[in-house]
Design a protein around this ligand. Structure first.
Ligand SMILES: *[C@@H]1O[C@H](CO)[C@@H](O)[C@H](O)[C@H]1NC(C)=O
Ligand SMILES: *[C@@H]1O[C@H](CO)[C@@H](O)[C@H](O)[C@H]1NC(C)=O
Ligand SMILES: *[C@@H]1O[C@H](CO)[C@@H](O)[C@H](O)[C@H]1NC(C)=O
Ligand SMILES: *[C@@H]1O[C@H](CO)[C@@H](O)[C@H](O)[C@H]1NC(C)=O
Ligand SMILES: [Cu+2]
Length: 680
């Protein structure tokens, strides 16, 4: 769901804030579009398609047009990047008189270099502006106001969120660009999602901005406002549990350097960008290898590709709630300003995000990403040697890592997405779910009152069901392990019976049975109990002992879709059918649920691309990984939900000749007794 009141806060006083400047020329091919560039896009397009009241033309997405990979790599590998970077271009998806138009604008020629109408199913990301306009529309819609009166509600206390409606087998002609408006009642709460006004079906066609359907079943149950408060300023004592104030000290300042959008820290170097659809985009992540005195490539590009959040109540008010959040609402566009010291610790550096508003005018989300060093008391490596007579050795290195964070608030849910880099070479992607449940009003306050077979969730408060649902979070990971041509190895651990001929009391052991996936089919993985290492290797690069250099995937606990395969939401989200997919690199295959996710028919998903069963051995390949959470709500998730965390790790496997952090010097962790914690 989209947040409707899109407020932009500006922090003037924040010393560490750096802005994604609109004055400096972009230096890196992956730099996000600047405000100046977005304005230029608006001006150039306005020449061909006059934007104004007489012509319905809206910018649904504007982002960097993915530069040609071979040009980026030549630029990147040239000494001091002294060759011309690839042409800088913007990719625009617009709605133009009821059609989706894809436009590429070239900045050096200041011209439209490609312009075509999208033929096929699905619609682009919704804009914040059109969702607000739809709300205004409904608040003035007579039948709605009549219903409000009939229900005895105060219209000034009604707020809306918007819901995409999915696709349930309608023909292309029937699939209009409509959204469903979901009313909520404040009247004593600010936790709007916990007071849904159930029973109204309100559809708005966004292309013509008209209410196209309105019905009201005049249901009356409404969870109460009491008990939904979560602001510390409004909560009443007693407070607890009490936590000691915290401090993180870096007497010498942060250990990372940011040059434009390039981050250098410890042995890592990577580029960080912001995209209205993906949120954070990490690219050209490489690591300095002390043995060869060179940076070695790991991740060409990595980012969120899609999320899928199907709810498990098939009734009229709920069946359609099966969001594709990044494609429907924009995981970057819904990202929020991060709060210094709370969202990110002391020493964090913040970056702004800019994106195009509906008329092409740039909008800024200040402090949308933060970068910080994290020390959480973990151990990077250690050993105590106590067996040598007259000698006791203990060597310990604390684990410090670098985190790039974004928080995307898609309506009721807040997704915390972390990209964490470790000196040992690991990259950990973390996903934290928090925020507010999506709830259904019922007459019940106790499970003993339930009349139906299935209430599709848990009673989490009086008259309130937290409805069962899933969160599937799909990352696109274009790994380039020590270069682009890579292979995917499934290294199965298999149990062997000890042969009779071997003289041993042992009856069994396990050993490895690696298989290189030749085609896409062989690389689809449903995680489960099977003992299997999943490794992306560079078969052309070997360690001095002959092992192929690689990175392996350490997955989160396995979970996959539970809907039937021919259910419409599952057809549209068929990219969740496997946890891991490998595809050959293709510039246009970026969004796992399709470029046009809203109302898609599932004909442009990763699952469809993969059916071509292309060759993937020793090729430039892309890994797609989906983390799944099945969420059975519990009372602790009310009125706000403590963060539920998941994630995965990409870990070097025979990438280095030996432990890459062996010679990392111990750091001093100062005790902070005399330090006054900042309590702003
Ligand atoms: C587009 O150009 C017209 C003049 O042709 C101007 O009136 C209008 O303000 C421009 N719109 C935007 C959004 O720049
Ligand atoms: C309706 O709500 C508004 C805004 O909260 C309030 O000012 C007004 O008094 C309410 N009207 C009634 C009839 O309760
Ligand atoms: C609100 O709930 C609290 C307990 O959560 C209760 O003590 C209080 O009486 C309630 N207030 C009203 C107005 O119902
Ligand atoms: C890239 O993928 C798209 C969509 O799947 C496909 O139409 C196109 O032919 C592919 N390009 C290449 C070079 O394979
Ligand atoms: Cu959930």
């Amino acid at each position: 769901m989209a947040q409707l009141h899109f407020t932009i806060f500006i922090f003037f006083s924040f010393i560490f804030a750096i802005s994604s400047s609109s004055f400096a020329p972009p230096r890196h091919p992956f730099d996000p579009l600047t405000e100046t560039e977005l304005k230029l896009v608006q001006t150039i397009i306005n020449k061909t398609y006059p934007i104004g009241p007489s012509h319905k033309f809206t910018f649904q997405y504007v982002g960097l047009n993915e530069p040609d990979k071979s040009l980026v790599l030549s630029w990147y590998s040239s000494p001091k990047h002294n060759i011309k970077p690839p042409p800088r271009q913007a990719f625009v998806i617009a709605r133009d008189n009821g059609k989706s138009r894809e436009i590429v604008v070239d900045f050096s020629s200041r011209a439209i270099v490609s312009d075509k109408i999208h033929v096929g199913n699905g619609y682009p990301m919704l804009t914040n502006d059109e969702q607000e306009a739809a709300t205004e529309l409904v608040l003035k819609f007579k039948p709605f106001l009549d219903s409000v009166t009939k229900r005895g509600l105060n219209v000034s206390e009604i707020v809306f969120t918007t819901s995409t409606v999915g696709w349930y087998g309608e023909s292309e002609a029937e699939t209009e660009r409509v959204i469903r408006m979901m009313p909520f009642y404040l009247d004593g709460t600010v936790n709007m999602y916990l007071r849904p006004i159930e029973g109204m079906t309100i559809l708005v066609n966004l292309d013509v901005m008209k209410v196209t359907e309105f019905t009201d079943r005049l249901t009356v149950i409404m969870p109460k406002a009491n008990g939904t408060e979560y602001r510390i300023s409004e909560l009443k004592p007693p407070f607890g549990p009490t936590l000691q104030n915290a401090v993180f000290m870096q007497p010498d300042g942060p250990g990372f350097k940011i040059d434009g959008h390039v981050v250098r820290w410890a042995n890592w170097e990577f580029h960080i960008s912001f995209d209205a659809r993906a949120g954070i985009v990490i690219s050209l992540a490489s690591m300095f290898d002390m043995d060869v005195k060179k940076y070695r490539q790991v991740l060409y590009k990595g980012h969120l590709s899609e999320m899928f959040i199907p709810y498990m109540d098939p009734s009229d008010d709920w069946y359609f709630i099966t969001y594709l959040d990044c494609g429907d609402f924009g995981c970057g566009q819904c990202a929020v300003s991060l709060e210094p010291y709370r969202d990110c610790p002391a020493g964090a550096v913040f970056m702004d995000g800019v994106f195009a508003g509906q008329d092409g005018t740039p909008a800024k989300i200040p402090n949308v990403m933060c970068i910080f060093e994290k020390y959480a008391g973990d151990i990077m490596w250690r050993h105590t040697e106590a067996e040598i007579p007259n000698l006791e050795i203990t060597e310990v290195r604390p684990d410090v890592s670098l985190v790039a964070r974004i928080v995307t608030t898609v309506g009721n849910y807040d997704y915390i997405v972390d990209y964490e880099f470790k000196p040992s070479g690991s990259i950990k992607m973390g996903v934290g779910l928090t925020g507010v449940l999506e709830v259904k009003p019922v007459e019940y306050t106790h499970i003993s009152e339930i009349k139906e077979d299935d209430i599709h969730g848990t009673i989490v408060a009086d008259n309130t069901i937290g409805v069962n649902h899933d969160h599937f979070v799909t990352f696109r990971l274009d790994l380039d392990i020590d270069g682009s041509p890579n292979s995917f190895v499934r290294n199965e651990l298999v149990t062997k019976r000890t042969p009779k001929s071997v003289n041993t009391p042992r009856k069994s052991y396990w050993t490895t049975s690696p298989k290189t996936a030749k085609t896409e089919t062989e690389a689809r993985v449903k995680l489960g109990l099977k003992a299997e290492e999943l490794v992306v290797v560079n078969p052309n690069r070997k360690t001095k002992h002959g092992n192929e250099v690689g990175y392996r995937l350490l997955s989160s606990p396995p979970s996959g879709p539970l809907l039937v395969q021919d259910d419409y939401p599952q057809i549209r989200a068929a990219f969740t059918n496997y946890n891991v997919w490998i595809t050959p690199y293709n510039r246009t295959e970026v969004w796992a649920g399709g470029l046009y996710a809203d109302r898609s028919h599932g004909d442009d998903t990763l699952a469809v691309w993969s059916q071509r069963n292309r060759e993937i051995e020793n090729k430039d390949i892309v890994m797609w990984y989906t983390i799944g959470f099945h969420h059975v709500p519990s009372q602790e998730d009310f009125p706000t939900m403590p963060t539920l965390s998941g994630g995965f790790e990409l870990r070097p496997t025979n990438f280095f000749e030996q432990n890459p952090v062996l010679k990392s010097k111990p750091i001093k962790i100062a005790s902070a007794k005399n330090c006054i914690p900042k309590n702003d």
